[in-house]
Design a protein around this ligand. Structure first.
Ligand code: GUN
Ligand code: FE
Length: 432
């Protein structure tokens, strides 16, 4: 099948190309996987049309086809926590987040929330997500089952939290590790699903639980790891009290074998260069969550520091600390945050780089570079169809864009779910 429209893709990191009259051809992936369609060709319509004349073509005049967005960090049980004001992270967790997460001990509650969550991701153009569930194994089953139905590329895991957490969400050390391994065996690599070993953060996990998580991470090297680090100053001070000998908060994760490629740490705000170097040398990556950091008053991710030392990162909503599912809102917040403390105009703030951070760059940070987040041949064919006429202001502004940067920036600043007219997941028609 082929799609004709303007097509946005990346020729390299942060280097966007807009094929104004383009053709995107998709078909069975090279590995012959039944559930995945891959990009076969992308380029100018005039050039490709003769070669693919026999392929049924859908035309979207005036629309832009772009890679589906990649959300590197989001909490599905926190859909109802969005917009809960608190004096910073720790009171927010105690007063809103933990009470909400308790509800996910009930399977039906989890299943309903999972259905809403997956629909909301898709409505906003997110086609790959790394998500926290809760500490209840059933919450993980519910989310995987729902993602499998829509063929969304979803990575999630049971949250590990055996201390400093209230009844109803606190788990038990040994059982939590047994549950984690059973869930890995049941779900990891099934269709487009992946498992992430999920210690919530250092304060909520005993040393035994962190050690066990690290052992599982070594035993299953292609499974992901997800956690939080250095988000908030009170949290950093708490970890210092728990591990006075540790060089830094981040180094506690390293000590337990939880830093390696496919280990994704949300926030990474209160870092020094040694922390940044540790991220780089271990191949771990950061999930930058600007709407959350602004909402909870956590601080500002240091883009300049990250680029200077050179570790991987990408964008994330962090709903419900974050305030929106929309990748456009997240990219705009990243622009605001990226400007803070910047000593020279940063390349990470250019519209093409912001967009890259939420698509191909995020995919690369997840270890899925060339798999999702782009529309080059071989990529899984997840894409959004954007309608730049979706609102009066968008129509007016995008019509005047004199360059690709201006066009992308108009959509970053003015866009939301209304801009996303359609989402196509890399599924054959029969499975869609
Ligand atoms: N640190 C530990 N748990 C959480 C959470 O649920 N959200 C955020 N933003 N930070 C955390
Ligand atoms: Fe989070």
């Amino acid at each position: 099948k082929a799609y004709r429209a303007s097509i946005l893709y990346f020729s390299g990191p942060g280097q966007a190309v807009l094929e104004s009259d383009g053709l995107l051809v998709v078909g069975p992936d090279a590995a012959g996987r039944q559930v995945v369609q891959a990009v076969q060709a992308v380029g100018p319509y005039q050039q490709l049309a003769p070669r693919f004349a026999h392929v049924p073509t859908e035309h979207f005049p005036g629309r832009i086809i772009a890679p589906g967005f990649v959300d590197m960090h989001i909490h599905y049980p926190q859909i109802d926590v969005i917009g809960s004001p608190a004096e910073g992270l720790l009171p927010w967790l105690e007063n809103y987040t933990f009470p909400h997460e308790k509800r996910f001990s009930a399977h039906d509650y989890s299943a309903q929330a999972a259905m809403f969550f997956i629909a909301e991701l898709l409505r906003n153009g997110v086609t790959t997500a790394l998500a926290f569930a809760t500490s209840h194994p059933e919450s993980v089953n519910a989310l995987f089952a729902e993602a499998q139905k829509s063929n969304l590329r979803l990575i999630t895991g049971k949250v590990l939290m055996d201390q400093n957490s209230p009844d109803g969400v606190r788990d038990e050390t040994e059982q939590s590790l047994l549950d984690t391994e059973a869930l890995i065996r049941r779900w990891h690599g099934v269709d487009r699903l992946g498992y992430a070993i999920t210690p919530r953060f250092v304060p909520s996990c005993s040393a035994a639980q962190l050690r066990g998580a690290g052992e599982l991470a070594a035993k299953y090297p292609d499974v992901w790891i997800q956690s939080h680090v250095a988000e908030n100053k009170d949290e950093v001070a708490w970890v210092k009290g728990l591990y006075p000998e540790a060089r830094s908060y981040l180094s506690v994760y390293e000590q337990f074998g939880l830093m390696r490629p496919r280990a994704i740490y949300a926030h990474c705000i209160h870092f020094d260069d040694e922390d940044r170097a540790l991220m780089r040398s271990t191949g771990a990556a950061a999930a930058v969550s600007p709407t959350s950091n602004l909402f909870l008053g956590s601080g500002f991710f240091d883009y300049e520091g990250a680029d200077r030392v050179g570790f991987g990162y990408g964008l994330a909503s962090d709903v419900g600390g974050g305030t929106s599912f929309s990748p456009f809102h997240t990219m705009l917040a990243a622009y605001y945050v990226g400007r803070e403390g910047q000593t020279k105009p940063g390349v990470s703030l250019s519209p093409q780089h912001l967009w890259w951070q939420h698509t191909g760059g995020a995919a690369q940070a997840l270890g899925l570079g060339g798999v999702v987040g782009n529309l080059l041949p071989g990529c899984e064919a997840d894409f959004v169809v954007l309608n730049p006429q979706a609102t009066p202001l968008l129509a007016r502004k995008t019509a005047q864009a004199a360059s690709l940067d201006e066009l992308l920036f108009s959509m970053i600043v003015l866009g939301d779910d209304r801009l996303v007219e359609r989402v196509v997941i890399a599924a054959p028609a029969s499975a869609a």
